[in-house]
Design a protein around this ligand. Sequence first.
Ligand code: AMP
Length: 600
Amino acid sequence: MSPIVGIDLGTTNSLIGAMDAGFPILLADADGEQLTPSVVHFPQNGEPLAGRAAARMRALDPAATVYSVKRFIGRRVGEETDGVSYALAGERGAPVRVRVREREFSPEEISALVLKKLRADAERALGCEVTRAVITVPAYFNDAQRQATKAAGELAGFTVERIVNEPTAAALAYGLDKLGDRSKIAVFDLGGGTFDISILELNQGVFQVLATNGNTRLGGDDIDAAVISDFRLPHVAQASRFARLQISDLSLEADARLHEAVIVAKHRLSFEDEARIDLPFLAGAESFTHTLTRTELERLARPIVEKTRAHCLRALQDAKLTPADLDEVILVGGQTRMPLVREFVRAIFQREPNISQNPDEAVALGATIQAGILSGAVQNVLLLDVTPLSLGIETFGGLMNVIIPRNSTIPIKAGEMFTNAVAGQTAMKITVLQGERELAKDNWRLGEFELAFERAPKGHARVGVQFEIDANGILHVLARDTKTGAQKTVAMTSAVDVSDEAVEKMLEESLEHAFEDMSDRVFVEAKLKSDELLPAVRQALAQAGGELSDDERALIAQRVTEVETALATGAGQPLQRANTALDAATQRLATLLIERALRA
Ligand code: AMP
């Protein structure tokens, strides 16, 4: 049987590993290199190149060299889709496409080329065919992004056995399953393009994610960009004797050379105090030389690194923990090598981070261990992840009905029974929502479908709706008419693009509007009740009103007016009270009706 490989499909670099005699090892390419740049180059003629050979072309042929495509995977045009040296295409709102040499590719097609290269390297290293893989994604990847990653794996010829969250994989690599029961771990992952913070708890050998937070658009790339934009300012231009105008007018090629040199300098500055950037003939006869100091780099990087703080505090808050409750803080992602980042982590979590593993390799090793678990090579560990936002459906009156609450451990299956709001209805529209707001309209709409059922009086149809989030974090929605057994299952592939900023915003808004949202819900629910009550009272009065006293009828009329007034003002609690009062005033009327029915 083909071995299962573990793959860290990173924004900047990717890695592949396999279990070897019970140990996870990373596999190297023909040149002995384990780190494969997630870069694809399309030459004028011939097959596309992936990996290091492609990365080399980034400076020479930037418009035909695609990098950081993970930022676009499963995303739509209209978000921050700038800052790359190749062209993007697609209508606003449509999935992002990459345009190279007059051809267009989806981000998953580009990722597939990187994965194919990893697969070929693994086959060479292992000496056998490799067709099964575990691939990691940032914890905040939404359904569309997970699906697209899976699709990339399939395009590369893999059966994707599991999509695993990166921080969860990293904890395995750090061997934290050996910690004592109930140990709590923070995984701080700052890579090239994404930042993730996860709080895990070890429960009898099982990793449980207590909370996740992060930003899919925050990472080392931003630090590189900050340095480059600083170079455009006069003080650097003067110091480096390079005209400012020329720096802002660099050709794509020159820009890519500058970019590469800045990254090299940034890496050196993790270990040294100064790094010289020397770019002869950067623009025509003009050369660029500049000595970047660690102090200068830190000044530029500080605001970017600072952004991680709020996410960390939020994750702790969601996990209902303080830094003192943590047993271990681990670092993942190349950018955590930067001393400034470590200083931040130390300050936020008030403890020394664990740096025992290579932060670039931890995720891939974890993915490999997970692959080992799936193939039976590693036992006694189970990985569990959580849902970042609540999932539910729209119900009567435009309310959000939560089926799977936020921070539920996945895989998970949950369901509820629903009925028809209108007599004679023959279909039920299932609108799948994601978010924390009480009203459906304030949440994100993931998808919609209809389930037909037999014509039934109001409240008689019985439709079961079940949500299942599989081990890859993909949502499958099943709706079933219990009377006829008719059912429909829909995988939510067209999920709304939920960046972590959007998740953050959603959480903030739900707190901010908690009070109004709650009173909106109270009103909608009370209105549904009034909508039933008023016609029923009118009908009952027509049938048996004559048997009531004048006082009784007057009281009912007054209570009806109160309900109508409360309905008009839109206030929930007064309407609730008016409904209760109308209910009480019509008790005798209801009894009379029942007696009539019995007599009949
Ligand atoms: P990853 O996405 O985990 O591969 O992380 C890549 C990011 O880490 C890139 O932004 C790299 O520039 C950065 N990085 C790698 N090595 C170092 C280092 N020694 N010092 C600072 N940043 C680094």
